[in-house]
Design a protein around this ligand. Structure first.
Ligand code: SF4
Ligand code: SF4
Length: 114
C-alpha cells in the first residue's frame, strides 16, 4: 500500500477535477463527427434499384410496394446495426445517416423508417 502522503494529493486532485460525464438528459454533449444514428430516407431521390436492401448485412433494409407499382426501402431499426452500408450503396444519395441516436421505444416494430 502506498503511503497516505503520496496518495492524498492524487485523491484531492480527482475530487477537484471537472467531471468527464454530464448530467444526461438535462445536459447533452454534441455527437461526434461521423456518428451513425437513425437514417433519413429521401423517397423523391430513390430510383427503386434495391441496392440498399441487397447490401444490408442484417436484413433491416427491405423493399416494399409503394404507389405506381414500384418498390422503395423500409428500415427496421430493431434489426439495424447502423453500419451505414445502405447509404454507401445508394447511387442517388437517397439515404443519409443522421446523428439521431435516442431511439428507445416500447414495442418491437415501432421503429420503422420509410
Ligand atoms: S445501416 Fe446497415 S444494418 Fe442498418 S439498414 Fe443500413 S445497411 Fe442495414
Ligand atoms: S439504393 Fe437508393 S435509389 Fe436504390 S432503392 Fe435504395 S434508396 Fe432507392
Amino acid at each position: 500500500m502506498k503511503a497516505p502522503g503520496k496518495m492524498l494529493p492524487r485523491i484531492v486532485g480527482f475530487i477537484l477535477r471537472r467531471p468527464v460525464t454530464v448530467r444526461y438528459p438535462k445536459e447533452r454533449l454534441t455527437p461526434p463527427e461521423g456518428l451513425r444514428g437513425k437514417m433519413k430516407f429521401y423517397p423523391e431521390r430513390c430510383i427503386n434499384c434495391g441496392l440498399c436492401a441487397r447490401d444490408c448485412p442484417s436484413g433491416a433494409c427491405t423493399m416494399h410496394d409503394v404507389e405506381g407499382g414500384k418498390k422503395q426501402p423500409q428500415f427496421d431499426l430493431d434489426f439495424c446495426t447502423f453500419c451505414g452500408q445502405c447509404a454507401e450503396s445508394c447511387p442517388k444519395q437517397a439515404i443519409e445517416m443522421t446523428k439521431e441516436f435516442e431511439l428507445a421505444h416500447y414495442n418491437k416494430g415501432e421503429a420503422i423508417v420509410k
